[in-house]
Design a protein around this ligand. Sequence first.
Ligand code: CA
Ligand code: CA
Length: 288
Amino acid sequence: MKTGFLSILRSFNGKRGTKLGLKTPSSVMGLDRTREVTKMSREVRDKLKRAICVSIIALAITGWVRQARATCADSNFVIKDGIEYYMQTDKAVYSLGEKVKMMYRVTNLSNQDVTFWFANQQQSYFKVSDGTTRIWYWPHRFSPATSEFTLGPGEYKGYFVEWTMVNEITGNLVTPGTYDVTGVLFGVADPAKRYVPVSVQIEIVTGPCCGDPNHPYPLGDLNCDCHADIFDLAILCSHWLESMVEPYCGDPSYPYPPGDLNRDCYVDILDLEILCSRWLECTHPACD
Ligand SMILES: [Ca+2]
Ligand SMILES: [Ca+2]
């Protein structure tokens, strides 16, 4: 049944399906049989189209499309004087003991070169707070030497660190709860004083959680709830046929459009095929 369904999806793909070498019924069957299959395919195709359209309309009416998230990352940003200061953790909810992957990034949104000067080599600073107390930070020491970099229009620079959930005051794993994760350019010496801290909030829970190493997000899970279902279809459909301009596809300035499961910067039949191939798969701990 699934194979037949995917064959119908491929037939939607037209030119791109041909590029992949997918066979059409007429290339493998006799004329009469071809007409019969074509007629059947059209009927099934029309039903499928109607079903998808009804689903999209229903989701749009209820607001689910607008509410659905399209990335697993937890992020925040500030734009100041033509520069975007962006902070991200790889997700919002962690199982106790997982690594928290952080990124702080600056992007030049202006139309001219911008230079950043520092009174140290590390340039960036990260910290984790339980709301009142700093329990982790990086780096522990700054090398006292000047450094600088220049970003042209649209260029960016990112800094990456990992936190193993150790409370550096106690030396033990943190207790489950809510934590603030902050990144900033540090020791900025230029006249613009580009010291712009940006924070995101994460939650640490005991026991398994969706997205932990034993419960990875299934392929096709666009809203990161560990289900590949109608909500993911809504995201994919809401960005249908969106594309990004090459050759910057996937760059922070030209990110993959939500719904782009195979990372080719198009939201199209190939992404729908991936989602359908994993339809109703669940890796959430509740589904164990
Ligand atoms: Ca999902
Ligand atoms: Ca795609």
